[in-house]
Design a protein around this ligand. Sequence first.
Ligand code: ZN
Ligand code: ZN
Length: 395
Amino acid sequence: MGQPDFKQEAEALFDEMVAMRRDFHRHPELGFQETRTSRIVAEKLGELGLEVQYGVGQTGVVGLLEGNQPGPTILLRFDMDALPIQEENNLDFASQNAGVMHACGHDSHVSMGLAIANIMSRYQKQMAGTLKFMFQPAEEGLGGAFAMIASGVLDNPVPDAALAMHVWTPEQYGNVRVVEGPCMASSSVFTITIQGRGGHGAAPHLANDPILAAAQIVTALQSIVSRNVNPQDSVVVSIGQFDAGTTFNVIPDRAILKGTVRSYNETLHRKAYRRILEMATNMGKAFNCPVTMETIAIVAAVVNAPEPTAVVREAAVKIMGADKIVEHRTMASEDMGYVLEEVPGCYFFIGAGDDDQFSYPHHHPKFNFDERAMINGVAIMSEAAAKYVLSNEAE
Ligand SMILES: [Zn+2]
Ligand SMILES: [Zn+2]
């Protein structure tokens, strides 16, 4: 066989990928509930001749494609979960599950993973090494990567490198974002409970209003980034949920705030977190509303190692051309950070947006992306995987 042309092989699978992606899009499943999706994944991997493990980290699937000769083990990771969002797109393949939507593009990740397994299974005889396909549940803040690691996805065989990618509408279709070092931020998710004393809205002096205290806390927290963090560093503090009250004339007993901290730097992350705790606690005291704060999840920063990043960049240049490679970081977070703490690897972004119908950000109810991006993603990841396990072929 000559040099594989992964762009061409990915193009040949485009219609199949679109059909799969639209089917997953119609039937989105929340984290750790991906039973339909993972059943389809396990079936297809089995049909392609991979050795399949089902139910890894609850609804995760692992597929092993072992070459004829020994060599490195390369982990290829794809996430499968949808989000608790009501879709507002008028598409014939729009979500059929009320309140659940593939608004991050993980439907395409599953399809691309299956297409890569399809392509690479044709090279099994020439392969020196093993490809380990990790189809992960519950990426969206529920710790699916951690669950799969706890179930042994990084053991037996132990991966030598790990690759993952995301379709990305903030980047133009046709471009690829690859960057060495930190590329996504560490993230912690916290809940602040402000305990007041409820009462009649017409007699506020007899109550302790937790809404007023919570509003002051939300405002005060904005000063952490502007006044406690060096302007040259990056930290985000966002409150995304503010729950309090039931009607207009009742002062409620309590208010609850949920938010997140993002940073590339652990020390800064801890500092921001400590300031949130100090401010919320003391602001609560000022309003006679005791405050408690709880951390729900902490995700490590996604840090790309030099060697796998060079492999991905080389693959992306070959498939797309050097002028299509963009160096860019994001303050979004990914639990792939857990994997990359254990295994050197590279996480990269496939441009899938435009200035028109594909301009909505991820997690938006009108999110959609240019499906042709799947061709680029499949070709680049196949090319990168081949650099590890088909190196004889490439010489
Ligand atoms: Zn997401
Ligand atoms: Zn995502």
